[in-house]
Design a protein around this ligand. Structure first.
Ligand SMILES: CC(C)(COP(=O)(O)OP(=O)(O)OC[C@H]1O[C@@H](n2cnc3c(N)ncnc32)[C@H](O)[C@@H]1OP(=O)(O)O)[C@@H](O)C(=O)NCCC(=O)NCCS
Length: 197
């Protein structure tokens, strides 16, 4: 419940357009507030019903967040429509994303197959991140970037198709991304058992 208050604070911190009680008007806020309840039911082991509720939420808000996705405090999605967040996605604290972002799987993996995102990460509109990739802390991902099975180091800005590192520690660079190292046993035998904490 407390994390919903942090989600409201995140709206005012990140959107200069938000005034008085306008947090009530954000579909991204509706989706994350509903998700926090659904995720609790999913973790409690309730079958089927969390998926039903998440589809109802998708119908109302335009964001599809799987009940299993783990999302940290202070999460803000601006505009919202078209966002897809897969089952084994893990998102850290104080992250921001815009509409049409996909945090998805490659279609080839089982178990942990969606991205793990650090803290203070901004994901621009239309960005597509596929696979069990690792995104560090304080990363900015440019609008319409495409990232397939490559990791994003902390304190960088990445952009492009395929994405490259365009800034590191505030300085302009042009570097390729390191490939994602995968735990083959976990991917192929579906041994992923959720985040550690
Ligand atoms: C990536 C972003 C966050 C800027 O981060 P930043 O660390 O301040 O980076 P800069 O603006 O200094 O850009 C660094 C370089 O990357 C380039 N770049 C930035 N965003 C890019 C993108 N989405 N695609 C391709 N190149 C991009 C810049 O042109 C610049 O290159 P240059 O020095 O040759 O001009 C911003 O460009 C962005 O894409 N924000 C998303 C906002 C959004 O989705 N808004 C939706 C509102 S409805």
């Amino acid at each position: 419940m407390l994390s919903i208050i942090d989600d409201i604070k995140a709206i005012y911190r990140n959107d200069p357009a938000a005034k008085n009680i306008e947090f009530l008007l954000y579909p991204g806020f509706h989706a994350i507030a509903i998700h926090r309840v659904i995720h609790w039911l999913w973790k409690a082991g309730l079958p089927f019903f969390p998926r039903v509720l998440s589809q109802v939420s998708r119908f109302i808000t335009g964001l599809e967040i799987h009940p299993g996705a783990t999302i940290g405090r202070g999460f803000f999605v601006d505009h919202g429509s078209g966002v897809v967040i897969g089952e084994t996605t893990e998102i850290g604290e104080n992250c921001v994303m815009f509409h049409n972002v996909t945090l998805g799987g490659t279609g080839k993996h089982h178990g942990k197959r969606h991205p793990t995102i650090g803290n203070n990460v901004l994901i621009g509109t239309g960005a597509i991140l596929l696979g069990p990739i690792n995104v560090g802390d304080n990363v900015k991902i440019g609008a319409n970037s495409y990232i397939f099975m490559h990791d994003l180091p902390s304190n960088t800005t990445v952009a492009g198709v395929p994405a490259r590192i365009v800034k590191r520690d505030g300085h302009r660079v042009n570097e390729s991304l390191p490939p994602t190292r995968i735990d083959r046993a976990e991917l192929e035998n579906n041994t992923y058992d959720g985040p550690e904490n």
